[in-house]
Write a protein that binds this ligand. Structure first.
Ligand code: IDP
Ligand code: MG
Length: 145
């Protein structure tokens, strides 16, 4: 999910290009302003943290771009591409390392496990909104497509 600062800073294209160039498949995308309730569900695991209120304010402060991105090992690889939670510690070359400075303005969310991925996809998308298609160059991305 591209957080509101990514959208307001016109970083959508640059960030999505990275996922496309890597070889991943974007199978759903939806821009929306999250209601508090949905934001709280999305970040339920952090509800007891001191930054929870600020986090919900941040993620609801403007439009986000929610997406489903598919590909082999995509959770692990995308978490690497996103970089550390604190952008000051994120390696240069990662999305947060290149485009962000503060943890509370770290521009992108990525699911951290298959389970959280499924849970989060269900929060934002119906099955009918997820598109099945074959990339034109899939045979060059994967040894065994
Ligand atoms: P992640 O986004 O790298 O998975 P999490 O620990 O799941 O990091 O935290 C979720 C989000 O909460 C972070 O992306 C960041 O926006 C915010 N956050 C995490 N830790 C802090 C903090 O210590 N202060 C302020 N915001 C934080
Ligand atoms: Mg997380």
């Amino acid at each position: 999910m591209l957080k509101p600062d990514a959208v307001l800073r016109r970083l959508i294209g640059k960030i999505l290009s990275r996922f496309e160039e890597k070889g991943f498949k974007i199978t759903a995308a939806k821009m929306m302003v999250l209601e508090n309730d949905l934001a709280e569900k999305h970040y339920a695991e952090h509800s007891e943290k001191p930054f929870f209120g600020d986090l919900v304010d941040y993620i609801t402060s403007g439009p986000v771009l929610a997406m489903v991105i598919e590909g082999e090992e995509c959770i692990t690889i995308i978490r690497k591409m996103v970089g550390a939670t604190n952008p000051k510690e994120a390696e240069l070359g990662t999305i947060r390392g290149d485009y962000a400075i503060d943890t509370g303005r770290n521009i992108i969310h990525a699911s951290d496990s298959t389970e959280s991925g499924k849970r989060e996809i269900n929060l934002f998308f119906n099955n009918s909104e997820i598109n099945k298609y074959t990339l034109l160059d899939e045979e060059f991305i994967y040894e065994e497509p």
